[in-house]
Design a protein around this ligand. Sequence first.
Ligand code: SF4
Length: 467
Amino acid sequence: MSMFEDIPVDVGVIYEGERIRRNDMQVELGGPSLKEKFELAKVKPMNEVEDGKITIIGPDIKDMEEGKAYPLGILVEASGSTLEQALEGVIERRIHGYLNFIEGFMHLNQRYDIWMRLGKKAFQKGLNSFTYIGKVLYKLFKSELPIIEKVQITFITDPAKVKALYPSALEDYEARDAKARGLKDEEVDKFYGCVLCQSFAPSHVCVITPQRYSNCGAISWFDGRASAQIDPKGPVFAIERGELIDTEKGEYSGVNEAVKKRTLGDVEQVWLYTAFDHPHTSCGCFEAVAFYIPEVEGFGVVNRSFKGVTVNGLPFSTLADSTAGGRQIDGFHGMSIEYMRSKKFLAADDGWNRVVWLPKEVKERVKDFIPADVVDKIATEEDVQNIDGLKAFLKEKNHPVMARWTEAAAVEETAPAEATAEEGGIIPVASAATLPIMAGGFKIILKDAKIYAKKVIIRSMKDEKKS
Ligand code: SF4
């Protein structure tokens, strides 16, 4: 791209999806080791924006120590005669896409979760200042979104300044999200799809509805609509909702068609309000993961910034790996925090009545949206540390998920009789939308699998050892 002649590295779509490992990185900006970091877009009056101005507050890249992580705030201030505040979310999300066009630069996540790395090779080629990164952003914003007439970009690396600005950035995100609440999925005839993350997860499409915010938590239905209008050829597109096939699970014919087309047939069916069978796919930049805990038949939820291990002994990173990649994995569900504020939050799975554990910080953030009769029955890391503790906690609090424990016991008793009638004595013991089996150096993937067995024997490992 000739417009990037003055940038010391290449810039282009081919660099999207490029990963930079710790050993190859010159510096890390934001990321999990730092609490305060953000990227924010603001629409401003024309006279408050100096077109092309790039400001650096704090140390520049060349002043940073190799291998270290630094806090970062990115502020993109834009103006235009027809530019509205409603487009701030759209402009902000483009930062992710544009920065990933830079050779040797990686941008992950969004808003208050940003995580960037600059590779050593790119640094050695001369990419040693935020001025270059600002220039790339400036040029792409102006060429890709002509509605932006002026834009100025500020990089803040001074830790005290990032810390001081962080709370107001959070307020901005909350104000934006609050505006998008209230509209129902049934009230609109179009949803929006986003394929921005296909560079990392080729079979992923976010389906953004009024009541199911995007996985990254950065694009509401209103943002999707605005984005599709100002840039119809961009990564966000309209989906005709089509026929409502299943109200409870959230299956729409238009969604199935659009997802099938955009994933080249990899994903054929999506149920929007469940984590089972045909759940919404998960890319990699979801804010949180809902993970099924079979021992209690409920869901745990963990967010990206949770540092410890969850109640099942696994950290966010392991659960995220099991969830990501644009797959539909039974019982693992990538999602935004804002989706937890929706009435459709895992609605087909019984919503909040099915959630048994979540980090205290997340609980505080979404507390007002959890039904009053359940909120104190959901454990956090402060209440329980393992599954046994969780079971005891749920029993003591009489959590609604316990109704399933009784149902399960009843089904266990009656299963053989039903099975004799329906399946000739063979009962289904497991089903999954996608079930990978590793055998003899091959990976066999069974789609829509149901496993049948004549008999199921459940034996405790302790008993096994004794015998
Ligand atoms: S998580 Fe979804 S909505 Fe957000 S950028 Fe990725 S594909 Fe788009």
